[in-house]
Ligand binder design. Structure first.
Ligand code: B12
Length: 314
């Protein structure tokens, strides 16, 4: 591979599809690349730097945090992005599922014991060990489901659910705020519609988008459609994302979505997901609101919109 420096930061940005601002931020904060410098202190990059940056971009699009990726040597980064590890796949899967199981058990015990400190510790340990998709979908979602079952079977009280919800909300917010937003990235607004109080799905969406460098405007639960549309205009938002959970036959929702579609303007992309979203599929379709099936599909959708999922044009 060519080792002589070839590219200025502008060319590197054009070739990789990662903005100059993001490249500088990844270098400054995480030492993700170490370019050479001209006597005039301008950055110069090699073909290897370009290859590494493309892997970093793909890793972020897949849901890994840049702080994790930036610390990996390029061969390890390549294996991670291409789904191959130096550990034999079988051993890795077993080891990995044991770690997730142990962390889930620890977190569950902490909820049962009403021990918020232990729950926090367990979650922070999980954040250090697991990729963000695994953390969300294999640890937090099952933990919350278990809490729901425990509650409906009378083994847990509402106070256990509230303690856990508060710790998890703070934890997800901390992770989200630790992500570096690219000032050149588009804005995404995230909320639940009027009357809908389940917040975790919306927080999952916010963290998923933040990990890709989106500028996040997180507006929480139960937001009337006209407020959402006003936020979109004020912030010139590219996307409004809604989490639809309960009630599954929400009588307010059709009108709220009509209002949102009318007020938000045709340039704003509307997306919806969550347990109740599929039940409104015909309405969503009529209003040109994209129905997104789950967080993995969301990650792909956002990466495409951000230009992270595709190779840039030569
Ligand atoms: C915690 C909780 C609450 C808390 C919420 C606190 C908070 N701040 O969020 C409180 C106490 C407020 C609550 C209230 C109620 N709840 Co509740 N609650 C739960 C519980 C235990 C966990 C929910 C949760 O956080 N799940 C984890 C998250 C991550 O899952 P999720 O929201 O489904 O999101 C996933 C996907 O749907 C998707 N997703 C979500 N949003 C989006 C958006 C996009 C764009 C995309 C792509 C994907 C996506 O990604 C997530 C990860 O896979 C569930 C039990 C369970 N099994 O889920 C019940 C549950 C959801 N609640 C239920 C009910 C019935 C209620 C109440 C009506 C109870 C009552 N009688 O008052 C009220 C309704 C409140 C309202 N108006 O909205 C039912 C819903 C049944 C149904 N299908 O309609 C459940 C399933 C419990 C049950 N088995 O009966 N609840």
């Amino acid at each position: 591979m060519q080792k002589e420096p070839l590219y200025t930061i502008r060319t590197l940005a054009l070739k990789s599809g990662v903005s100059m601002h993001t490249i500088r931020a990844w270098e400054k904060r995480y030492q993700a690349l170490r370019p050479q410098r001209t006597p005039g202190n301008r950055r110069l990059y090699t073909e290897e730097d370009l290859a590494r940056l493309q892997l970093l971009r793909q890793g972020v699009a897949d849901g890994h945090t840049i702080s994790l990726l930036a610390g990996l040597p390029t061969p390890d980064l390549w294996r991670l992005v291409h789904g191959r590890s130096s550990i034999p796949a079988e051993a890795e899967t077993v080891e990995h599922s044991h770690a997730v199981e142990a962390l889930l058990e620890n977190s569950w015990r902490a909820v049962q014991n009403l021990d918020d400190r232990a729950l926090q510790q367990s979650l922070h340990q999980a954040a250090a060990l697991l990729s963000q998709p695994v953390l969300l979908e294999q640890l937090l979602a099952p933990l919350l489901q278990r809490i729901g079952h425990g509650w409906s079977e009378g083994r847990l009280r509402i106070l256990h659910e509230h303690m856990a919800t508060i710790v998890i909300r703070d934890f997800l917010t901390t992770l989200r705020l630790a992500c570096t937003a690219d000032p050149e990235a588009p804005v995404i607004i995230i909320a639940t519609p009027a009357g809908q109080l389940h917040e975790m799905g919306a927080l999952f969406v916010a963290l998923t988008a933040a990990a890709q460098g989106w500028q996040i405007q997180y507006l929480g639960t139960s937001l009337p459609a006209d407020e959402l549309a006003a936020a979109a205009h004020r912030l010139d938002a590219r996307i409004i994302a809604l989490s639809l959970i309960q009630p599954s036959d929400d009588p307010q929702l059709p009108l709220q979505l009509e209002i949102l579609r009318n007020l938000a303007g045709s340039e704003t992309i509307l997306i919806a997901g969550g347990g109740a979203a599929a039940l409104f599929a015909p309405l969503l379709d009529r209003l040109s609101i994209h129905l997104i099936n789950g967080i993995a599909q969301l990650r792909e959708f956002l990466a495409r919109e951000r230009g992270l999922g595709q190779q840039p044009q030569p």
